[in-house]
Design a protein around this ligand. Sequence first.
Ligand SMILES: NC(=O)c1ccc[n+]([C@@H]2O[C@H](COP(=O)([O-])OP(=O)(O)OC[C@H]3O[C@@H](n4cnc5c(N)ncnc54)[C@H](OP(=O)(O)O)[C@@H]3O)[C@@H](O)[C@H]2O)c1
Length: 275
Amino acid sequence: MKVTDFEGKTVYIVGGSSGIGLSAATLLAGYGSNVFIFARGKERLEDALAKIDNSKKSGVQRSGFKQLDVTDHDQVNKVMNEAVEEFGAPDILINSQGRAYPNYFEKITYKQFDETMKVHIYGDWNTVTALLPHMKERGGYVVNVTSVLGFMGAFGYSDYCPSKYAIIGFSEVLRSELKRYGIGVSILCPPDTDTPGFKVENLTKPPETVAVSEGGGLMQPDEVAAALVQGIKKGKFFIGPGSVRVLWLAKRLVPWLVDLYMDHQVKKVRKDSTL
Ligand SMILES: NC(=O)c1ccc[n+]([C@@H]2O[C@H](COP(=O)([O-])OP(=O)(O)OC[C@H]3O[C@@H](n4cnc5c(N)ncnc54)[C@H](OP(=O)(O)O)[C@@H]3O)[C@@H](O)[C@H]2O)c1
C-alpha cells in the first residue's frame, strides 16, 4: 500500500505542533495536502498552523488544529470524531507525539514510566482506534513514529525504549491486519534529531548515554520528514532516515557487536560515576 500523490489528501498529524511532526506538516502542505495537527498546547498549535499556512501550495488547501492529550482515551475519541465531522476523515495519520527524559533506571519513577508508556504506545492505540472506523471506508496510510531506540535498548532509556519497542510490535500487527482495508502502515525510526524535544531530552542525559550516542550525528527535522514522505510513497514498512538502516541491520545480524560498542562507550565514562 502506498500513497504516491499527496495533493488534496487529508493528513492528520498528532504531535504536529513541534519538531518532526511540524516538519512533516509543512512539507505535506507544500505538496498540496490538507493538513490538520493535534497536540496539547494551544500556543504552539497556533504558531505551527501559521507555518503550515505559509507552506501551502494553493489557496484551496484546508488546515486546522485541535487540542488533544493522546493519553486520554475518551478525549481522543471525542476530539477525533469532532475532527472528522469538521475536517473530513484522514487519508494519512501520522503519530509523532512524544517525550524523552533519559536517566538512570533507579532515578526513573513509576509515574514517569507510566506517562511515557501512555504518551507513546497508548497514544498510538488511542488515535488509531478512534480513526480506523473512518479510514477503513476508503483506505489510507498510518505512520507511527518510534525511534532507533525502538529496536535497540540503550543506557538511560528504561521507560522510553519499552514504549518505543511496543510501537513496533503494534505497527507490525496493524500492517498485517489493515491491508484488507487498503491501509498501509509504516514505522519511522529517527536517530537523534535537532528538535525542541531533543533539547529537553539532553537536559537529563547521564554521561554514559551521551557517550553511547556519540558519533551518531544529528539530523535535521526536515531531513527526517523528507524520509518519512519518501517512505510513504514507496510503501516501506521500515523508514530509517540517514544511516539508521545500517544500525537496524547490525542489531539483527550482529547484536553482540552493537552491545560490545555500547558497553565500551559506557565503560569509558563509568570511572567517576557514583550510580
Ligand atoms: N528528536 C529526536 O531526536 C527523536 C529521535 C527518535 C525519535 N523521536 C520521536 O519522534 C517524535 C517527535 O519527536 P520530536 O523530537 O519532534 O518532539 P517535540 O519537538 O517535543 O514534539 C513533540 C510533539 O508531541 C506533542 N505531544 C507531547 N505529548 C503529547 C500528548 N500527551 N498528547 C498530544 N500531543 C503530545 C507536543 O505538543 P504538546 O506538548 O503541546 O502536547 C509536540 O507537538 C516522538 O515520538 C519522539 O519520541 C525523536
